[in-house]
Design a protein around this ligand. Structure first.
Ligand code: 5AD
Ligand code: SF4
Length: 447
């Protein structure tokens, strides 16, 4: 056991999904409220929070090697930084981390990080603590108000997952589906806008499973929340991610045609184009049902950009079933997409299924799938040339006078001129690359 002076600086390193980025920001705000300052760029911090991801392989190995690196860097500088392991690896393997890594003082799960101040106080007395409790959403009430924020902010509205796809750890690490209350969300959104946000992305593992009661006592779903947030003056854009096909409602589809602030972008993972594989994944939809859903979104909002997630090499996936995935990709024409090799996760049903696919076959399938997805992304970008749209300025480019922002379809857009971060600028998209577009400014849109 060691006694450590209270930390003066911290660094939060977040891995994985946008929810972790959001949690990481909130942990940072919590630590700042304790009088601990973010460590300056390039300097070691007194307290390092590793905000981990468990979704795919090598997550825990990575945590141990990161811990080793922090300890070594501290030794070289003659100090012992405090180390906290947060996020989904903490939730899944907290006890083991404590046993294997004596340098770790705190293990804190995604539903417990509002307890960090008490854990820090114990750490200062040399006590090591693990907190992986999952109280129902209590943490949000105990976090400090949001203060300084970039033009594009995340807002967690829903956490957890009840779907139990057979490959996925999320239902175990993030727990059951829980929706944050409507009033808390509108209040947090207002604070985000006051703090500089022009765009809010509503986050949830199954964001479209969000449900609540609005200020008039009516039961509403995600579309109702989006419509309420669209009333906020100063908020220009609303996005949401990640959705599940089974929780798509008529109202959500209609909102895409009716709510101007709702951006024409949909991240709707399908995972596979084979009905047999989808069934083995416990996805509760077929490839055909997925395609018909997309048709309905497109009917409501013809220019909607579609994004998704795929897994190749799920146990038992045959060449013909993989070809079904390629066919589905051709049918959709994704604007962008994420694709992964199947990774067996301990404790999930798929990890012990027959017919685990050989790594070289997975490599080959991933390459073929990504070639198809890259082709479609390039085609989507090329087809955007000639469009006029608003771009939200997010940061300066590398060259003087150059700016980077996002189109309504979530494409990165470069342009020149006299702008400021947070401006909405009307542009003509003039040139497409595989990952970004160049634009010419038409005018700055009034705030
Ligand atoms: N192996 C590979 N990819 C996975 N995902 C989730 N679990 C696994 C796994 N065990 C992918 C899915 C999901 C995304 C967030 O991560 O595509 O939509
Ligand atoms: Fe995991 Fe499936 Fe839930 Fe998504 S819907 S978090 S893939 S279990």
């Amino acid at each position: 056991m060691r006694i450590t002076p209270p930390p003066r600086t911290f660094r939060v390193k977040s891995f994985g999904c946008q929810m972790n980025v959001y949690d990481g920001e909130r942990m940072g705000e919590l630590l700042s409220a304790q009088g601990i300052a973010p460590a300056p760029e390039g300097e070691d911090a007194d307290l390092v929070v590793l905000n981990t991801c468990h979704i795919r392989e090598k997550a825990s190995e990575k945590v141990y090697s990161d811990i080793g690196r922090i300890v070594k860097s501290g030794e070289q500088a003659g100090r012992k930084p405090l180390i906290a392991v947060a996020g989904c690896v903490a939730q899944a393997e907290g006890e083991e981390i404590m046993a294997r890594a004596p340098a770790v003082s705190m293990v804190v799960g995604p539903q417990a990080y509002h307890h960090l101040p008490e854990m820090l106080a114990k750490a200062a007395r040399g006590e090591r603590t693990t907190d992986t409790d999952m109280p129902a959403i209590a943490k949000f009430d105990s976090l400090p108000a949001r203060r300084r924020i970039g033009p594009s902010a995340f807002l967690t509205v829903q956490e957890g997952c009840d779907k139990f796809c057979t490959y996925c750890v999320v239902p175990y690490t993030r727990g059951a589906e829980i929706s944050r209350p409507f009033n808390d969300l509108t209040a947090e959104a207002e604070r985000l806008v006051e703090a500089g946000a022009r765009e809010i992305t509503l986050l949830g593992q199954n964001v479209n499973a969000w449900s609540g009661t609005d200020d008039k006592g009516r039961a509403i779903g995600l579309d109702g929340l989006i419509r309420a947030l669209a009333e906020l003056p100063g908020l220009a854009r609303i996005r949401y991610t990640t959705s599940h096909p089974s929780d798509v409602t008529d109202g959500l589809i209609a909102a895409h045609g009716e709510v101007e602030k709702l951006m024409p972008f949909l991240h709707l993972p399908v995972q596979s184009g084979s009905d047999r594989v989808l069934k083995a994944m416990n996805r509760s939809h077929t490839a055909g049902e997925y395609l018909r859903l997309l048709d309905r979104f497109r009917a409501a909002r013809p220019d909607i950009a579609i994004s998704g997630d795929f897994i190749v090499g799920f146990p038992g996936e045959t060449d013909a079933e993989f070809e079904d995935t390629l066919r589905l990709v051709d049918a959709v024409g994704y604007a962008q997409c994420f694709s992964f090799k199947y990774s067996p996760r301990p404790g999930t049903p798929a990890a012990t299924m027959e017919g685990q696919v050989a790594p070289e076959i997975m490599d080959e399938r991933l390459q073929r799938l990504q070639a198809a997805l890259n082709r479609d992304q390039a085609a989507f970008n090329a087809a955007s040339v000639g469009r006029r749209c608003a771009v939200l300025v997010e940061r300066k480019g590398k060259k003087a006078g150059q700016w980077l922002g996002k189109s309504p379809w979530l494409q990165s857009v470069w342009f020149e001129g006299d702008h400021a971060i947070g401006d909405l600028v009307e542009v003509d998209l003039v040139e497409a690359g595989p990952n970004s577009l160049a634009a010419r400014v038409v005018e700055r849109v009034a705030a």
